[in-house]
Structures are given as C-alpha cells and as structure tokens.
Design a protein around this ligand. Structure first.
Ligand code: SAH
Ligand code: SF4
Ligand code: F3S
Length: 441
C-alpha cells in the first residue's frame, strides 16, 4: 500500500475540535498520516455541526467542493461525522451522493473499523446509534509537538433541553467520565509537555451527577490541581443555573484555575429566559456575576447571547441591552436565533423577521465592541502572566501568549520562550488583542 493520507475538516465547537483530534489519533494508530493538502488525501473526514442553519450550510457547500475531487479520484473515501451526521443519519447519503460513510457522535471509536470495511468493500455505511459507554470520548490524542495547551473531555451529552438547542438530541444524555480516567489522561498530557488543560463538556458544572460517588466538578478541579506539570486549568461551558458557590470559591482557592469563565446568559429578559427553559432569572445571573467578581476581581466573564428568539419584543431586546450595560462582559459570541427541527422553540409563535434579527444583532455587537475595548484598555499598564504558545499571527518576530483571563498578548522577545510562563507589562490595548513588554524579574 503506497500512501494513506487523511484530511480532516472541523466545523462547530471546541468539543468538535477535540473530537477531530481523537479521530486523527485513532486513524494514526492504523497507519493514516494527517495532511493539510486536500488533493493529497485518500480519506477526507468532515466533522460537522448543526447548531444553527448556517453551520449546516457551510458543511453542504464544503461537501460540494469535495465531490469534485471524487470525480477525479474515484478511490477517494469521504466520511462525515459529528452533529449534522448524527442528525441526518442515512438521509445524508441521499442528500450527498458521494459520501461513503456517515458516523454519529457516539461512534468515533469505531472509525478504524469503518474505514477498513469501506476499503474492503465499497458499500455505503451509516452508524449513528447511541451507546451507554463513553468509548468515543475516552480516546487519548497525543498532543502535537510544541503544544502547550490541550482539551480534555470530561463528559458527554446534555440533559438541559434549552428550547432552541439541538445538542441534547445529537449528543445524547449527559454522562460523566470517571475521574480516574480523566486524571490519567491529564498526567499523560503533562508528560508530553502540556502545561494547560481545558476541561470540556456542554455543562461542566453538573459533572459527577451520573457517577453517583459524590465527586463533583469542584472536587475534580482540585484533584487536577495536584498534577505536577499542569500549571493552568480552564473549563467550558458552564450553565449559569448550576454554577455553585463552591465552584465560585474555587476561583479564589485553586491557584491553577485561571480567572476566566464563559457563562452563556442567552437573554436579558426573564420572559424570554423562561421560554428558553434556561432555569434562572437575570437577577440570579447578575448575583452570580457579582459573587465571581467579588471573590476573583481579575476574572474575565464572557457569554453567549441569542437575539430574535420567537416572541422577543423590542422591550425584551432592550432588557438584554440594559443587562449588557450593567454587566459589561469582556467579550461575547452573539447569534441570530436559528430555528432547528425537533426543538421546543420550533412550536413557539412570534417569529422575528430576518432583517430585524440582523438589526438587533449588529446593534448589540457594536455595543459589545465598546465594552470589550474598555475591558482591554483597563489592562494597560498592568502586569500579566502569560503562557507562551508560540509565534504571533501578526508578525514573524513576535511571540504570542494568553493571559490567565484568556486574552491574547503579542510581544517581542530575543529568546525562545514557547511553553514558558512569563510576566509582561501591557503597553497597548486593542479590540482583539493586547501588546506587552517582558518584565525582568
Ligand atoms: N452547551 C453550551 C453551548 C452550546 S451551543 C451552553 O449551554 O452554553 C453554543 C451557543 O450557540 C449557545 O450558547 C447559544 O447561544 C447558541 N445557539 C444554540 N442553539 C442556537 C440556535 N438554535 N439559534 C441561535 N443560536 C443558538
Ligand atoms: Fe444546548 Fe442548553 Fe445543553 Fe447548552 S445547556 S448544549 S444550550 S441544551
Ligand atoms: Fe455544533 Fe454539535 Fe458542537 S451542533 S456546536 S458541533 S455540540
């Protein structure tokens, strides 16, 4: 056999990015080499997302482009995994004729067998059944050489059923990974040179509920804090309803836990939050923000907001704006509501026109840009600890690192500092990054 080149393209969230790393690791074990040259590939995998209509569209348009390659090379194998694959199942083959196999979110561990089966006998395959096991999230993905930061999946699925969201249907019920497996994986990562881990789950705050051994998320963080070699711990995503005082305290108590929390609020209107089935009020959310800032004054708070949820009046929208003015997030991801098949919100009345959603989104984003810049400007003159990740994207001569609060800092350095923690003084703030100068200790 001459070559076995694999090209993977990932859509969607960090969870999907990490799933792709796991796919690559599994296929590497049976001889596949990663390439970033699409034309060289013998196997192309698309790890898909369907969180919003636009995410699904991106996948279809990419598949159109890839289909042309198959006309030139009939031997080429094309597979689709991830959430859109889970959603469509066998229907994916009908929509896109040149697919060889479709595999769901619980079937990543089967990838080597699936590919081997296709190579033996060119028949279309679909595997989208859910499993009670955690096999698909327990795969060890060795970090790339020079990497300092790694993702670690600590749970699978989601039980929240927010009215707009497809994730619980596509990733299955919430299930926590046993702590010993997580610790072992992080030890191995530390041995490979990893200094920072980001713990992944749709709602990490409810970690442990399905284990039945009394160990919760805060206890897990404290265990991870004891692993030597690991200097920084992050996590995403937190559900505001389940953010406990104990976890808030952990920001003050656990030295390695970085001062950043992504805490999606979704709306500033209690009426809309109830329709979304989020399980908290704006007042409760703001109280938690106050508590976080009191115990961890440097904390950066980021969020997700949806505009144009069914029935969102001008008044509801204004309440979101008012909340943003009060909280002043460090940054947000904001989205136009996108109707998804099978979700509870699909049955709600009061659809908002696309152009009105866009108007609300643009206004909200302009407001947030002001808040983001304001938060960054407040850091000018301050000293920040960076974990250096490597060369800056802006300039060959600069290095780039992140603050504990997850902000990007570019700086000049004569020495090679990648994977080191250094202190810089912030000299200039921009909207998307900061500029710093090394401080000699
Ligand atoms: N589990 C995470 C988020 C998962 S999806 C959490 O609960 O926070 C990431 C973000 O996409 C959500 O926070 C939400 O803001 C947005 N989102 C999800 N479904 C959406 C939809 N149908 N339309 C628009 N935005 C959506
Ligand atoms: Fe979706 Fe809500 Fe679960 Fe997040 S918590 S994945 S928004 S259902
Ligand atoms: Fe998309 Fe699935 Fe993540 S729908 S956002 S890839 S959990």
């Amino acid at each position: 056999m001459k070559n076995k080149y694999l090209y993977i393209q990932t859509f969607g969230c960090q969870m999907n990015v990490h799933d792709s790393e796991q796919m690559a690791a599994l296929l590497a074990q049976v001889g596949w080499k990663i390439t970033d040259n699409l034309k060289l590939a013998d196997l192309i995998l698309l790890n898909t997302c369907s969180i919003r209509e636009k995410a699904a569209h991106k996948v279809y348009s990419e598949l159109g482009r890839i289909g042309k390659l198959k006309e030139q090379n009939p031997e080429l194998i094309i597979g689709v995994g991830g959430c859109l694959a889970q959603h469509l199942g066998t229907k994916f083959h009908k929509k896109v004729r040149h697919l060889d196999f479709v595999f769901g979110t619980h079937n990543i561990h089967r990838l080597p067998q699936l590919v081997a089966a296709i190579r033996k006998k060119r028949e279309k395959i679909t595997q989208v059944d859910f499993h009670k096991s955690l096999n698909s999230i327990g795969v060890f993905a060795p970090p790339q050489s020079g990497a300092v930061s790694a993702f670690v999946t600590i749970m699978q699925g989601c039980n929240n059923f927010c009215a707009y969201c497809v994730v619980p249907y596509l990733r299955g019920p919430e299930m926590s990974r046993p702590p010993d497996d997580i610790i072992e994986e992080i030890r191995k990562l530390a041995d490979c040179g990893i200094r920072e881990v980001t713990l992944l789950g749709q709602n990490v705050n409810s970690y442990g509920k399905t284990l039945g051994n009394g160990l919760n998320f805060t206890a897990l963080i404290k265990k991870i804090g004891k692993i030597s070699g690991i200097e920084r711990i992050r996590f995403t995503t937190s559900h505001p309803r389940d953010l406990s005082p104990e976890l808030i305290n952990c920001f003050a108590e656990e030295e390695k836990l970085c001062e950043h929390i992504h805490l999606p609020v979704q709306s500033g209107s209690n009426r809309i939050l109830a329709l979304m089935n989020r399980g908290y009020t704006v007042e409760e959310y703001m109280k938690k923000v106050d508590h976080l800032r009191k115990l961890s004054p440097q904390i950066s708070i980021t969020s997700d907001i949806i505009v144009g949820f069914p029935g969102e009046t001008q008044n509801d929208y204004q309440e979101t704006i008012d909340m943003m003015e009060k909280i002043r997030f460090d940054s947000i991801f904001s989205f136009k509501y996108s109707e998804r098949k099978g979700t509870a919100a699909q049955k709600l009345e009061g659809r908002i026109e696309e152009c009105e959603k866009l108007r609300r989104l643009q206004q909200l984003q302009a407001l947030q840009d002001g808040h983001t810049l304001e938060a960054n400007l407040a850091l000018e003159g301050s000293q920040q600890e960076l974990l250096v990740e490597g060369k800056s994207k802006n300039s060959e001569n600069d290095l780039m690192g992140r603050t504990r609060s997850w902000k990007i800092v570019n700086f000049k350095s004569e020495s090679e500092l990648t994977d080191k923690r250094v202190k810089v003084k912030i000299s200039k703030a921009y909207l998307h990054s900061l500029r710093g100068k090394i401080v000699d200790d």
